[in-house]
Design a protein around this ligand. Structure first.
Ligand SMILES: NC(=O)C1=CN([C@@H]2O[C@H](COP(=O)(O)OP(=O)(O)OC[C@H]3O[C@@H](n4cnc5c(N)ncnc54)[C@H](OP(=O)(O)O)[C@@H]3O)[C@@H](O)[C@H]2O)C=CC1
Ligand SMILES: O=C(O)[C@@H]1CCC=N1
Length: 266
């Protein structure tokens, strides 16, 4: 696949790492205005770094847009004349709707929105995908890319804002939970490195139990909470202090912020 990542920042670099590690490219063009900060990708076979978005578009079939929301309109205006029927345009940009992308490059183009997360760098992204009417003809290509770099789900565009919070911001939320678990483990006597090891692999085990068994989390919790034991004591104390409630409220705040980002684009 001939892929270009337009805007190789935090997310773009993560996607590039995932694509390179998984041998998912024929050529890969990585663009940003200052390419010094992506010099780590120099020297990879068939990977090209450039400040020239138009050049990247001309040499690629799949265009992954990963600039900040306020930069996307100008980027699309610049590359629109170069976009042809060979291109599939995949935007990862938060709050920038498909109808708005259509007004800038044309509704006849294959337009897909994808919401991956930074775990794409290690082939473990949960990526939600939607498309315009034309893009439904190419959505399998996007799914193939994102399934190679993790797990994907096709959703209606109306759910993209929620998917951004749960999956993309979700990485940061889970990191904070893992950090808090690590801090507790240190207080309970482990050194910092061991504490993080315990937190990381226990959270991986919890997720894998659900993935493998398809159970509801409470079913797995019931297997751990020995009557009158230490686990239910800890869980109930966490709930008295608002663990579930603060997570839910944080995610709703995150969701509402995206509405403001959208208004700023109007
Ligand atoms: N970070 C994440 O985990 C996720 C981010 N997203 C979305 O992805 C997008 C990028 O986010 P993130 O990676 O965090 O942001 P970054 O700021 O890290 O990356 C954006 C990159 O775009 C480059 N850029 C800006 N203008 C241009 C231009 N005209 N041409 C080419 N490149 C340009 C910038 O580099 P330079 O200034 O050198 O040009 C910068 O490195 C956002 O829209 C965000 O909502 C979605 C899911 C997850
Ligand atoms: O924080 C943000 O706005 C972007 C979108 C989701 C992850 N990072």
């Amino acid at each position: 696949m001939k892929i270009a990542i337009i805007g190789t920042g935090n997310l773009g670099k993560s996607i590039a790492k995932g694509l390179i590690t998984n041998n998912a490219i024929t050529t890969l063009y990585l663009t940003k205005r200052n390419t010094d900060s992506i010099s780590e990708f120099e020297g990879y076979k068939n990977v090209f770094l450039t400040t020239d978005n138009v050049l990247a578009v001309q040499h690629s079939d799949i265009l992954i847009l990963a600039v900040q929301p306020s930069h996307l309109e100008k980027v699309l205006q610049d590359i629109a004349p170069m976009i042809t029927e060979k291109h599939v345009v995949i935007s990862t940009v938060t709050g920038f709707s498909i109808p708005k992308i259509e007004t800038l490059i044309g509704a006849e183009q294959f337009i897909i929105r994808a919401m991956p997360n930074t775990a794409i760098a290690v082939g473990k992204s949960m990526t939600c995908i939607c498309s315009n009417a034309q893009g439904t003809k190419r959505i399998k290509i996007a799914q193939a890319i994102f399934n190679r770099l993790g797990h994907s789900l096709i959703i209606p565009e109306s759910q993209m804002q929620a998917a951004t919070v749960v999956c993309a911001s979700g990485i940061a939320f889970w990191m904070r939970l893992i950090r808090a678990t690590t801090q507790a483990a240190i207080q309970l006597g482990f050194d910092a490195k061991e504490a993080q090891e315990l937190a990381m692999y226990t959270s991986e085990g919890a997720a894998n139990l659900l993935i493998a068994n398809g159970h509801h989390p409470e079913e797995e919790i019931d297997r751990v909470t020995t009557p009158k034991g230490c686990t239910i004591e800890g869980l109930n104390e966490m709930e008295h202090k608002g663990l579930s409630s603060s997570l839910i409220q944080g995610m709703i705040a995150s969701y509402n912020k995206i509405s403001n980002i959208k208004k700023e684009q109007l």
